[in-house]
Design a protein around this ligand. Structure first.
Ligand SMILES: Nc1nc2c(c(=O)[nH]1)N[C@H]1C(S)=C(S)[C@@H](COP(=O)(O)O)O[C@H]1N2
Ligand SMILES: [Mo]
Length: 433
């Protein structure tokens, strides 16, 4: 294409032509109605997302491998250990909220698509800046929704690591979102007042007409509208119905229960279970990370180490662990992907193990797994987490020994924390002395 065309007043053919977009349903009112839903919903998804990052204890040990996170972690704090369902609820809101808002986001993008093709593309430096901020907003939104959804599907179709990418993307999207809301809020409120939702829901297809041009300059209302094939209430019903369907098909993974869990058909995890009392979700089976029954057999020892690179203070067999005081709590495993499962765990308190290693209860601790080098094989816990009553090295679940897939001989269960910190097949604990 000849570059000078970019500056010509005549638009190229296709979607840039005036009149190329002809849906009679587009207009400021429809766009601002969809925007209001996102304005309420997206902050919930964003805030729970940033909280989820804090829950990972990114300031400790090698928990956080995000390069150059710099100022992005300015707000981090010690994640609490009560109430025990904290992370399950946080992550349920984040993941289910994001999925449920997806149809609304798509409808909103559809409603403003003519603006993507305005001609000429750049008229002034100020307008160029505004379009650039929209790139952060729209690009950021699409990036966050797509990577988040692919991540819970374990479909790593992208050539980068999910965790830092979703974190950087969150800040780009948030910046774009805040600027956009600040600029558009007054316009949105005026446009919302041009119609009433309750009236609009009574208008059938035959009486569906394009919106009035809002304040005389509504580029969303087509100059030559097509006949409607869908009423406004039909479009809103489609969006609301899609969101409701996604909610019903996923919420059960967080809420659980014998009725809701089986209908969580869109929640990809949770259909490969174990046997009897060990019959609940397995994230990564032992075989998939190279942990064998032999490694977990009679030769197994748990090493308690005082100080990084320090000496082994104690080395305990599973039999010796079972002789220590045992405690039982009902606690959830709450995965970052949004699913959770609450079980009854029995084992040794982490703070009793700290005492055996000869350190105070409130000591930062790093756990390692028989798994060796895996991403989830090493986790560092805060002093509060080690000291908490309900923080266990679990040996049994629901009254029986752990299955190999659930972390036999011993696994960590931390109250209120993310599932990924419930390290399975624990072979060494190093307490910072
Ligand atoms: N060693 C090890 N521990 C691990 C994992 C792992 O892959 N390796 N997965 C973690 C994740 S992401 C979750 S959600 C929980 C799941 O525990 P479960 O498989 O018993 O349900 O274990 C955690 N502990
Ligand atoms: Mo997880």
């Amino acid at each position: 294409m000849n570059l000078s065309r970019l500056f010509s007043k005549t638009p190229p053919p296709g979607p840039f032509r005036p009149g190329a977009w002809r849906s009679p349903l587009r207009g400021r009112w429809m766009t601002s109605l969809l925007a209001s839903v996102l304005l309420v919903g997206i902050p919930f998804v964003a805030v729970t997302g940033f909280l989820s990052y804090a829950a990972y204890n990114p300031r400790l040990g090698s928990n956080d491998l995000t390069a150059n996170k710099g100022l992005l972690g300015f707000y981090l704090f010690d994640w609490p250990t009560e109430p025990v369902w904290l992370y399950a609820v946080n992550q349920g809101i984040h993941v289910i909220g994001g999925l449920v808002l997806t149809p609304v986001l798509l409808a909103k993008l559809w409603s403003v698509i003519p603006k993507l093709f305005t001609w000429p593309p750049v008229v002034s430096p100020a307008q160029a800046l505004e379009r650039l901020s929209l790139l952060a907003l729209v690009g950021g939104a699409i990036f966050q929704f797509v990577t988040g959804t692919l991540n819970i599907l374990y479909w790593y179709a992208f050539p980068f690591s999910f965790y830092p990418a979703h974190l950087y993307g969150a800040w780009v999207f948030t910046a774009g979102f805040v600027v956009h809301v600040a600029i558009k809020l007054p316009l949105m409120r005026r446009a919302r007042r041009t119609r009433r939702l309750i009236d609009e829901l009574r208008v059938p297809l035959e009486q569906t007409r394009p919106e009035e041009r809002f304040e005389g300059q509504d580029e969303l209302v087509p100059a030559a509208p097509r006949e409607p094939t869908l009423s406004r209430r039909g479009l809103l019903g489609l969006v609301a119905g899609s969101s409701a369907a996604i909610f019903v098909l996923t919420a059960g993974q967080t809420i659980g229960g014998s009725v809701t869990r089986p209908v969580a058909l869109l929640a990809p995890r949770g259909r490969v279970y174990g046997d009897g009392p060990n019959d609940f979700q397995v994230n990564k089976p032992a075989a998939s990370v190279g942990v064998t029954a032999e490694m977990a057999g009679p030769s197994y020892r748990l090493e308690l180490v005082r100080g990084a690179g320090g000496t082994v203070a104690r080395s305990l067999s599973r039999g010796q662990l079972l002789e220590l005081p045992q405690h039982t709590y009902r606690l959830p495993i709450a995965c970052v992907e949004g699913w959770s499962t609450t079980q009854t765990w029995t084992g040794v308190r982490l703070r009793d193990l700290a005492a055996l290693a000869g350190v105070p209860a409130g000591t930062v601790m790093t756990a390692e797994s028989l798994e060796g080098q895996g991403t989830f094989a090493t986790t560092t816990f805060s002093a509060d987490q080690v000291a908490a009553d309900k923080s266990l090295l679990a040996l049994r679940v629901n009254g029986v020994d752990l299955s190999l897939d659930h972390g036999f001989p011993a696994r960590i269960i931390i109250p209120a924390g993310p599932g990924v910190h419930n390290t399975k097949w624990v072979s060494r604990m190093t307490f910072e002395a």
